[in-house]
Design a protein around this ligand. Sequence first.
Ligand code: ADP
Ligand SMILES: O=c1ccn([C@@H]2O[C@H](COP(=O)(O)O)[C@@H](O)[C@H]2O)c(=O)[nH]1
Length: 201
Amino acid sequence: MARIIGITGGSGSGKTTIVRKISEIVGDFTFIPQDNYYRSAEYVSNTNITAFNFDHPSAFDTDLLVEQLGLLRKGQEIAMPQYDFVRHRRKEETVRVQPGKLVILEGIMLFFEPRIRELIDLKIFVDTPDDIRFIRRLTRDIEERGRTVSSVIDQYLDTVRPGHYEFIEPSKVYADLIVPEGGENRKALEVLVSFMQGILA
Ligand SMILES: Nc1ncnc2c1ncn2[C@@H]1O[C@H](COP(=O)(O)OP(=O)(O)O)[C@@H](O)[C@H]1O
Ligand SMILES: O=c1ccn([C@@H]2O[C@H](COP(=O)(O)O)[C@@H](O)[C@H]2O)c(=O)[nH]1
C-alpha cells in the first residue's frame, strides 16, 4: 500500500518549494497538489477577486480528492484534475497519475478535513511568519497568477487572512512535524528525505 506524506501550511509558506527541493534528491514519488481539486469559479477576476472564497474548505472538491487518494493507496491509476489559477477554473484535460510507493500531497487545507487527515501517514506543517508569506504571495501572484497589487491585497485582507486563522493555523495541532520557514530549512529537508528513502528502499 502506498504511503502518503501531507505537507500543509499557509499560502506562501514554502510548501511547493519544499516539494521541489525534495524532488531534486528523491525522484520516485507521486505529487498531488490539493490546488488541483479547487472547484471552478471562472466568474472571478482581479476586479471581483473576493466574489469566491478560495480560503474556505468548501472551495475544494474534497470528495474527489479523497476518492483519488484512496485509489492511489490501493495501487490504482487516477485521472488527476488540473487547475488554472489565472482563469480560476478546472482545465478540461486531466493527467494520468500512476500509483507508486510514495505520494506527496501538498495544500493549504489538508489537516482541517478529517477524511484527508486519516489518509496521511506523515503530517508536516510549514510554519512561516505572515509578513514573509504575504510578500512571497504578492510577488508570485503578480508574476505567475496574473494578479494586480490591489487584487492581492484585497483578497488577502478579505478572505486569505481570515481563512488562515480559522482553518489553517489551528490545524497545526495535527502535525507530526513543524518545519519553520519552508524550503531553506536544510535540516528539515534531510529528515524528510531520509524518511522517504526509508519508504522507497
Ligand atoms: N525561502 C525562500 N526564500 C525566498 N523566496 C521563497 C522561499 N521559499 C519560497 N519562496 C518563493 O515564495 C513563493 C511562494 O512559495 P511556494 O513554495 O509557492 O509557497 P506555497 O506553496 O506554500 O504557497 C514562490 O514564488 C517561491 O519561489
Ligand atoms: O483560483 C484561485 C485558487 C486559489 N487561490 C489562492 O491560492 C492559495 C492557495 O495556493 P498556495 O499555492 O498555497 O498559495 C489560496 O490562499 C487561495 O487564496 C486563488 O487566489 N485563486
